[in-house]
Design a protein around this ligand. Structure first.
Ligand code: MLC
Ligand code: AMP
Length: 506
């Protein structure tokens, strides 16, 4: 029976699994920095004490847009310890995007890099944020200076599994982002499940090269290592040459397919470099069969592909021991109920295509301040509609064959065409636009826009791209813009994006 004394705060769950030797290395960087498990406890305690001293109460939101660094990880852990709700924000977001997130989430504390302060602070103050601090990539900024005065012991705040730990903004089909609310219980259950399923073991070392503002890098990778008491080699950014240099010291690597494509372009990426590696995991976007096969030929190992999303964390995975099949995302994880249904919500048989729905302890608590939207995304019996389309094969492996949401995934980042079309349509001289994803060797899909000018106006694609760069995150900016006299429409007046995709594919 579970003791009443057990704290379900995710940090407490992770801490119970830390190694006994608190002096051993928990995190190191290629620049030669070493952090022990004790350093991690102390740094997160100081930051948690600072949050408390600032008057933040459990349940307050902490919004963070900083470069990846060990201290950025400590800040996340401090937010868990203090019972705050963590709101990580992509460093590519521009002012308009940040304004929406801060206005929607109403955080009590905003932490940004010093370079962003000049524009982030006015936005934060405008929305009534009480505290704004800076955190740089090199242990600089006002946050650490303020935390230094605080004690390095902190009693982790008690949380129940249903209490919120994080809000992750995911774009929406309507162009408005939604905040997916994830609880301590959601994150802890997924961490435990993946720990078993991926066979984490003593001596594992994670090579961490993902950004830490999304599910993949912040939760799946980081929780895996922390829950296993494993060291992380912490790269500030994905640099394929640096990854190849560090691989001989690691056993586990997680990446999006673009990272595998780029690793395969490195001459030194071979069996030798990977001799000590136990597991390569891919997710966040479809892994092409060609990449899977090239990888196997080159390295002699099969990439383990898994499938997840912000609202559900991880859902399915190819096995650690057992056959990993190209083009599939494996079986539903233990505890995850996954069904594939037709338009009438009737279960599909093996080989039949339908919408993927899921239920389980990993499924989020709803969209922040959007109860109606939350209700409409769940079925009457509590399944979440993922918007992904797939089928079970004869062995029970899931194949994702498409999406019934108008979404582009570029290099593991999601782009909703509607959001980009809305921004393009507001530009002077633009009558209308259609945003599509085109096949791209590096990014899987690349964002492209087809734009119609207002009568009597001339538009230049390069000018539009330059203007868009200042308004939206770089990965959302179309790589190509095609100026056309009109968009193809069907009898209902709807733009025929399939025709555009076919025309511009080459
Ligand atoms: C960067 N750029 C991109 C891009 N990333 N363009 C399209 N798609 C992308 N994904 C652009 C920049 O705007 C810039 O444009 C140029 O590329 C170089 O920028 P960079 O910062 O140097 O890019 P780089 O380091 O090369 O980044 C590529 C990448 C990165 C693959 C390392 O995109 C990345 O880390 N992706 C991972 C995303 C991720 O973690 N997803 C998980 C979501 S969670 P310009 O024009 O200025 O030169 C999820 C759930 C799940 O989906 O299942 O996991
Ligand atoms: P996000 O909203 O950023 O969390 O992205 C989640 C989406 O990424 C899912 O709904 C899928 O469409 C997609 N996705 C994640 N993993 C995979 C995968 N292995 N194969 C195909 N699509 C994936």
């Amino acid at each position: 029976m579970k003791s009443a004394a057990v704290n379900d705060n995710l940090f407490a769950v992770l801490e119970r699994r830390f190694p006994r030797q608190l002096e051993s290395c928990c995190l190191e960087t290629p620049e030669g920095l070493h952090y022990s498990w004790r350093d991690l406890l102390h740094a997160s305690a100081r930051l948690a004490n600072l949050m408390k001293a600032l008057g933040l109460r459990p349940g307050a939101r902490v919004a963070v847009q900083v470069e990846k660094s060990p201290e950025a990880l400590m800040l996340y852990l401090a937010s868990l310890r203090a019972g705050m709700i963590f709101l990580p924000l992509n460093t590519a977001y521009q002012a308009g995007e940040i304004d929406y997130f801060i206005g929607n989430a109403k955080p009590d504390l905003v932490v940004c890099s010093a370079e962003r302060l000049a524009w982030v602070e006015p936005i934060a103050r405008h929305h009534g944020v009480r505290h704004v601090h800076t955190l740089g990539a090199n242990r600089d900024g006002t946050l650490l200076a303020a935390a230094a005065a605080h004690a390095d012991e902190f009693r982790t705040v008690r949380r129940s599994p249903a209490d919120l730990a994080a809000i992750l903004y995911t774009s929406g089909t309507t162009g408005r982002s939604k905040g997916a609310m994830l609880s301590h219980g959601n994150l802890a259950s997924n961490a435990r499940t993946l720990h078993r399923y991926w066979g984490w073991r003593g001596g594992d070392v994670l090579l961490h090269a993902l950004p830490i503002f999304h599910v993949h890098g912040l939760f799946v990778a980081t929780h895996g290592a922390l829950y296993n008491g494993s060291k992380m080699i912490w790269l500030a950014r994905f640099d394929p040459a640096e990854v190849v240099r560090q691989l001989p010291r690691a056993t586990v690597f997680m990446g999006v397919p673009t990272m595998y494509v780029r690793l395969l372009d490195q001459a030194g990426f071979d069996r030798n470099a990977c001799a000590g590696m136990r597991l390569f995991i891919s997710g966040s976007a479809p892994l092409r069969t060609e990449t899977f096969e090239d990888f196997e030929r080159r390295v002699g190992m099969r990439i383990l592909e898994r499938y997840g999303m912000s609202e559900t964390i991880m859902l399915t995975s190819n096995p650690c021991d057992g056959e990993r099949i190209a083009g599939t995302v494996g079986k539903p994880l233990p505890g995850v109920q996954l069904r594939i249904v037709d338009d009438a919500d009737k279960p599909c048989g093996p080989g039949e295509t339908g919408g993927i729905q899921v239920r389980g302890p990993n499924v989020f608590r709803g969209y922040w301040r959007m109860p109606a939207k939350t209700r409409s995304e769940f079925t009457a019996d509590g399944y979440f509609r993922t918007g992904d389309v797939g089928q079970f094969d004869a062995n029970g492996y899931v194949r994702i064959v498409g999406r019934n949401k108008d979404l582009i995934i570029t290099g593991g980042y999601n782009v909703y065409p509607k959001e980009i079309e809305t921004v393009i349509d507001e530009l002077p001289g633009v009558l209308e636009s259609a945003v599509i994803g085109l096949p791209d060797r590096d990014f899987g899909e690349a964002v492209a826009a087809v734009v119609v000018a207002r009568p009597g106006t001339t538009l230049e694609a390069q000018d539009l791209i330059a203007t868009l760069r200042a308004r939206i995150a770089g990965y959302k900016v179309p790589r190509r813009i095609f100026i056309v006299p009109e968009l193809p429409r069907n009898a209902m007046g709807k733009v025929q994006k399939n025709i555009l995709r076919d025309s511009y594919r080459q």
